[in-house]
Write a protein that binds this ligand. Structure first.
Ligand code: COA
Ligand code: ZN
Length: 287
C-alpha cells in the first residue's frame, strides 16, 4: 500500500463477509475478476477469501487458488480470514500479505463461531504469531496479522457488550503482537455514541497498533458510525461492494456498509481513498 497519497484506507471484504452467506458457489474465475476489477479501480486492500474447513463453508474451497491469483496483482494487499492455526498455516504457505484472525468479545458468539473459549482463541493467536515469525525468519514474506474482535458493539445472543471487555481483549491482542486490530460490529447494533465511547477507549488502550472499524448496516447506522469513528481518529474501514455481508453464526446480521457509498462520502468530505468512483461502480456489473 502506498499510504502517502491516501487519507483513509477502505478495505473490500465482500468476497469473504459477503460470499460466506451465499449458499451457491460463486465461480473462482468470477471471484478473481471481481478482485482484479476492484484493484484496478484503486482499492488497495481486499479480503479475498477465508481459510476455513471447506466442509464447513464450501464457498471457500478455492481459497488457495483465489489467494494465489490475487497475489499476482501489483500494489494490492491481499488479506484472508483465519479462524485457527491450521488456517494461518495455509495462508503462510502461500505468502499471503495479511491474515485476519477472528475471535469474538461475546463468549457465546465465540463458542458458536469458532467452537472455542475466548482464552483458547487467544492461545491460538499466540501460536499464529509464532508461526508467522518463524516463516519470516526463514526468509519468507513477513505476513501481517490483523486480529478482529467480532461482536464488539453488540451480540445477537448476549445483547450489549461492555466496553471494558472490548478493551481487555484489545489489550490482549496488542500484547500478542498483532499488526492491526479490527473492532467489528458483527450484527450492526452500534450507534455513533457507542462507537465514540468504544473506539476512544480501545485507541487509548492499544497505543501504536492501528485500529480499523468493521461496520454492518443492519439498522441503517453504518455511515453515521463511520463518521463517529473518523472523529476518534480511525483511518481504516471495511466495506463491501453493494453491501453484501453477514455472519452465518450471528442471527439477524445483514450486510456490511456499502463500499460505493463509503467512498462517495469520504470523497465528499475531502478525504482521499485512492478509489475511482466511476470505475468502482462499474465493478458492480460483475455481481
Ligand atoms: N482449514 C482447513 N481445514 C481445517 C481447518 C482450516 N482452517 N481447521 C480445521 N480443519 C479441519 C481439521 O483438519 C479437521 O479435519 P478432519 O475432520 O478431516 O480431521 C476438521 O477440519 C475439524 O477440525 P477441528 O479443529 O476439530 O475444528 P472444529 O470442528 O472444532 O471447528 C473451526 C473449528 C475454527 C475450524 C470452525 O469452527 C471454523 O472454521 N469457524 C469459522 C466460521 C466462520 O468462518 N465464521 C464467519 C466469519 S467471522
Ligand atoms: Zn462482518
Amino acid at each position: 500500500m502506498n499510504a502517502a497519497n491516501i487519507d483513509v484506507l477502505v478495505r473490500e471484504v465482500g468476497l469473504r463477509d459477503g460470499l460466506q452467506m451465499v449458499a451457491e458457489f460463486f465461480p473462482t474465475d468470477q471471484k478473481i475478476a471481481w478482485i482484479r476489477a476492484e484493484a484496478a479501480a484503486g482499492v488497495r486492500e481486499i479480503e479475498v477469501s477465508s481459510f476455513v474447513p471447506p466442509k464447513l463453508i464450501p464457498q471457500f474451497a478455492d481459497a488457495e487458488a483465489v489467494v494465489e491469483a490475487a497475489l499476482q496483482i501489483g500494489g494490492l494487499t491481499v488479506m484472508a480470514l483465519v479462524p485457527n492455526l491450521r488456517g494461518a498455516e495455509r495462508g503462510l504457505a502461500l505468502g499471503v500479505h495479511k491474515l485476519d484472525f477472528v475471535m469474538s468479545v461475546s463468549r457465546t458468539h465465540n463458542l458458536k463461531n469458532v467452537r472455542r473459549e475466548r482464552e483458547e482463541s487467544l492461545a491460538d493467536l499466540r501460536r499464529i504469531v509464532a508461526a508467522r515469525d518463524a516463516a519470516a525468519a526463514a526468509g519468507g514474506t513477513r505476513t501481517q496479522i490483523a486480529a478482529g474482535l467480532s461482536t464488539a458493539l453488540g451480540c445477537s445472543y448476549e445483547g450489549a457488550i461492555a466496553v471494558g471487555d472490548v478493551c481487555r481483549y484489545a489489550a490482549a491482542l496488542a500484547e500478542a503482537g498483532v499488526d492491526e486490530i479490527m473492532v467489528a460490529d458483527t450484527v450492526g447494533y452500534a450507534d455513533p455514541a457507542l462507537v465514540r465511547k468504544a473506539f476512544r477507549a480501545v485507541l487509548a488502550e492499544v497505543g501504536d497498533v492501528p485500529v480499523a472499524a468493521h461496520f454492518h448496516d443492519t439498522r441503517g447506522t453504518g455511515l453515521a458510525n463511520v463518521v463517529a469513528a473518523l472523529d476518534c481518529g480511525v483511518r481504516r474501514f471495511d466495506a463491501s461492494l453493494a453491501g453484501l455481508g453477514g455472519c452465518p453464526f450471528a442471527p439477524g446480521a445483514t450486510g456490511n456498509i456499502v463500499m460505493d457509498d463509503l467512498c462517495f462520502m469520504l470523497d465528499s468530505m475531502g478525504l482521499r481513498t485512492g478509489v475511482d468512483l466511476s470505475r468502482l461502480l462499474a465493478v458492480r456489473e460483475i455481481l
